[in-house]
Design a protein around this ligand. Structure first.
Ligand code: PYC
Length: 449
């Protein structure tokens, strides 16, 4: 097994994809073949006729060979399949998921979008994702319910206020709308917040990021799946990968519970299981996996327009269009693959939420859940090639993977097509850990960890 320190920089071009250079099928941009469209007229026609909608994408037989196989049917894997087809004409692609699509991190996050990061590399990267998200409904011909809300990261002490100012400077240098605001302005934006001075952690200011917002996360997954499938990608659910065959330092194929597939290209786009999948190819990743819990309340009348985050209180909250309050916290304190909710989390969450917004004391929790977060040492992802030719990774997404889905899919598709990491993800290569060139984003993670 190759350890991270055994290589420092991938040689550009070494990971080029033979299959993509000499595809088994002619490379051409396929027109989208949607089984149905969901415009106003189609909705009306279907409503009146009472007919069944056709399935949004067909089940396909598992082929014995694909030009590329993507492991992980979440937003990252499906977006990669979509951009491979749309931007590079590579359509002989399978996306495999051991469960159903979106059943991992993509269906378990709190759907917050923002780009107010701390490093120039991070800000540029997440800003590209925000831009793609803004036009995604039109691009995919699917309503993903993007809702621009404004995003507030509260500072409860001098050191976090200093970090907010630092982030605001970096953000503005990159052209991102982001500034530090005072408690009076915070109160104007979120009247229900307790901004008084006599709380346990008084609010001293906030980083305000007007473009931030929320989106319907499962719609994003379905939209990418439908659009990728309409251009030829095969989506295989309940198809667990059990092995990756590597010979002479090159990927040869993969084994699944439903049969073997020959392929020269494998993209590991899993969250939670990324180290286990990478180990199948003999690649070690500097990642530890922790559960992250979240919860949703019963619906209440709309009162909270902005997304509010408090690192000190380990909590973030937004209100959906249906009126539910969606809450999250920091990751559980122990590495684990458990996806169970705990009473301890619900109690801690309630305490902190009521400190922030005392008026919520009577609102009832509806349900809670947990997802798996692959944490890297610097709180940035790991993207690009690996020491195994043809084996690519898009992993290490910690608590920030969903917002990066579109840009990651776009960048990984380019990486696979060109055989080298595009500029926008160069800083996130696996080799940075050996080279000591970390991209420290801990200060911009949503909540204290
Ligand atoms: O990074 O914005 C974020 C985030 C929100 C919830 C978890 N992470």
């Amino acid at each position: 097994m190759l350890a991270v320190h055994e290589f420092v920089r991938l040689v550009p071009g070494r990971n080029a994809v033979a299959a993509v250079r000499a595809p088994s099928h002619p490379r051409r941009r396929r027109r989208a073949q949607f089984p149905a469209r969901y415009g106003a007229l189609a909705l009306l026609r279907h409503g009146l006729s009472g007919r069944e909608w056709p399935r949004a994408w067909p089940d396909q037989p598992l082929r014995k060979r694909y030009d590329a196989v993507i492991i992980g049917g979440g937003v990252h894997g499906l977006a990669a399949a979509y951009y491979l087809a749309v931007n590079h004409g590579i359509t002989d692609v399978a996306v495999l998921d051991k469960g159903y699509i979106g059943s991992g991190g993509s269906g378990r996050n709190t759907a917050i979008l923002r780009s107010n990061y701390l490093t120039p590399e991070g800000v540029r990267f997440y800003d590209r994702s925000m831009r793609l998200y803004r036009t995604l409904a039109a691009d995919l011909d699917y309503n993903v319910m993007f809702s621009r809300r404004g995003h507030l990261t509260l500072a409860h002490n001098d050191s976090s206020l200093r970090t907010m100012r630092w982030r605001a400077e970096v953000n503005q240098m990159q052209g991102i709308d982001s500034e530090v605001i005072d408690p009076a302005e915070i109160k104007r934006l979120v009247p229900y917040l307790d901004t008084s001075a006599d709380t346990r952690y008084p609010i001293l200011g906030a980083l305000y990021h007007p473009p931030g917002g929320i989106i319907r996360h499962d719609a994003v997954v379905w939209g990418y799946a439908r659009a990728a499938a309409a251009r030829g990608a095969h989506i295989h659910q309940e198809t667990e990968v059990t092995g990756i065959d590597v010979r002479d330092g090159r990927v040869q194929g993969i084994r699944t519970k439903k049969g073997d597939i020959a392929t020269p290209v494998v993209l590991n786009a899993t969250a939670g299981w990324s180290t286990l999948v990478a180990a199948m190819a003999g690649v070690r990743l500097p990642i530890q996996t922790f559960p992250l819990q979240a919860a949703v309340t019963e619906p209440v009348r709309p009162f909270l327009h902005a997304v509010v985050v408090s690192g000190t209180l380990h909590v973030y909250v937004s209100q959906t269009d249906r009126g539910e309050l969606v809450f999250g916290a920091s990751v559980d304190p122990f590495a684990s693959y458990s996806t169970r909710g705990t009473l301890e989390f619900a109690e801690g969450l309630a305490t902190h939420v009521i400190e922030l917004m005392p008026g919520l004391s009577k609102v009832r929790l509806l349900r809670q859940w947990s997802g798996l977060c692959d944490m890297t040492p610097d709180f940035s992802p790991i993207m690009g090639g690996t020491p195994v030719e043809g084996f690519y990774v898009d992993v290490g997404w910690g608590t920030y993977g969903f917002k990066a889905g579109p840009v990651s899919g776009e960048a990984m598709a380019r990486c696979i097509a060109d055989g080298r990491a595009p500029e926008i993800i160069e800083a996130f290569g696996l080799g940075r850990f050996g080279a000591g060139e970390l991209v420290g984003e801990k200060g911009a993670a949503a909540v204290g960890h």
